[in-house]
Design a protein around this ligand. Structure first.
Ligand SMILES: C[S@@+](CC[C@H](N)C(=O)[O-])C[C@H]1O[C@@H](n2cnc3c(N)ncnc32)[C@H](O)[C@@H]1O
Length: 249
C-alpha cells in the first residue's frame, strides 16, 4: 500500500484506498461554513463556555462561536498584530446580537487572569510550542478546566506532558480535509497525574473503530523507522498494533 507521508507531523496524506477525503461537518457548524478542521475544534467547546483561542490568527473560530450564541465569552489572542488587524476589520463591520469577539494582542496565555475563561483552544502550531506556553502559564491555575488542542506536530509528547500534569484526555477525533488528517484532542483538568506508555502516547484516546487511526499509526511507524535502533521497542509495538488492526475501509 502506497503512503505519502509527512513524517512527524499531525497532518498526513491518506492512502488511496481510503475514500474519506472530507470529514462530515455537524450541521450546527456547517451552516457557518466552517470546514471539518475548525468544526472539530468548535465541537470541542462546550455550550456556554468562556473560551480563549490562543493563536487565533483569522479569529474564525471565536467569530462563529460568538455569532452562533454558543459561548458566553469569545476571546481571540495572537501575538501577530497584522493578523489581529485583519480579523478586527472583518469583525467590526458585522452586526450580530450577543457577545462580541474580543481580540487581544499577546503572547500565549500571558494576558489571562484567574477565571477569565474556562476553556482554551490551541490549534495550528506545534505541540512543542504548546507545551512551552502551557508551562509558562499553567492553565489550571487560571481556572481553565478544558483544553481543545490540535497541534500540527508533536501530539504524543503533548499528550504525555499534560497527562503528567493532571490533565485527562477525554476524547479525540481525527478529521480530514483535502486528504490531510488532523487530530483534535480534548483534555479536562482532574488533577490526577498519569504516566502514559509510549504506545498510549501515540494512540491517545482516538477510538480504535476510527479507520483513519490506521493511517495515523502508519505515519508514526515511518517516523520510528527513521529513528533507527533507539526506537526499536516502540516500533515493534506499533507493528504489532497495525497487524491486529487491519485497514477495513
Ligand atoms: C497557523 S495559525 C493558526 C490559526 C488558527 N488557530 C487555526 O488553527 O486555524 C498560528 C497562529 O499562532 C500564532 N502564535 C504563534 N505563537 C504564538 C504565541 N506565543 N502567542 C500567541 N499567538 C501565537 C501565530 O501568530 C499565528 O497567527
Amino acid at each position: 500500500m502506497a503512503f505519502s507521508l509527512r513524517v512527524g507531523v499531525v497532518s498526513f496524506i491518506l492512502p488511496a484506498r481510503i475514500s474519506v477525503c472530507r470529514s462530515e461537518v455537524p450541521p450546527q457548524w456547517g451552516c457557518w461554513r466552517l470546514g471539518p478542521r475548525l468544526a472539530s475544534l468548535a465541537s470541542g467547546v462546550p455550550k456556554g463556555a468562556r473560551m480563549a483561542d490562543i493563536g487565533t490568527d483569522h479569529a474564525l473560530l471565536p467569530e462563529v462561536l460568538a455569532r452562533a450564541g454558543w459561548v458566553e465569552r469569545a476571546l481571540g489572542i495572537d501575538r501577530a498584530e497584522d493578523a489581529l488587524r485583519a480579523a478586527r476589520e472583518r469583525l467590526d463591520g458585522v452586526p450580530w446580537p450577543g457577545v462580541r469577539v474580543e481580540l487581544w494582542l499577546g503572547d500565549g496565555l500571558g494576558l489571562l487572569r484567574a477565571e477569565m475563561v474556562d476553556c482554551a483552544v490551541m490549534a495550528g502550531f506545534g505541540g512543542r510550542k504548546m507545551v512551552e506556553l502551557l508551562e509558562r502559564h499553567p492553565p489550571e491555575q487560571l481556572g481553565i478546566t478544558r483544553l481543545v488542542l490540535q497541534p500540527t506536530a508533536g501530539l504524543p509528547a503533548l499528550r504525555r506532558y499534560l497527562s503528567r500534569r493532571g490533565w485527562q484526555i477525554v476524547s479525540e477525533q481525527i478529521v480530514c480535509e483535502g486528504r490531510r488528517g488532523f487530530i483534535t484532542s480534548i483534555m479536562i483538568w482532574d488533577g490526577r497525574l498519569r504516566e502514559l506508555t509510549s504506545l498510549e502516547a501515540l494512540i491517545g484516546r482516538v477510538s480504535v473503530d476510527e479507520p483513519l487511526l490506521f493511517a495515523w499509526m502508519h505515519v508514526q511507524l515511518q517516523h520510528l523507522l527513521r529513528q533507527g535502533d533507539r526506537a526499536r521497542a516502540l516500533r515493534a509495538e506499533v507493528e504489532k498494533w497495525l497487524a491486529h488492526h487491519p485497514l477495513t475501509v
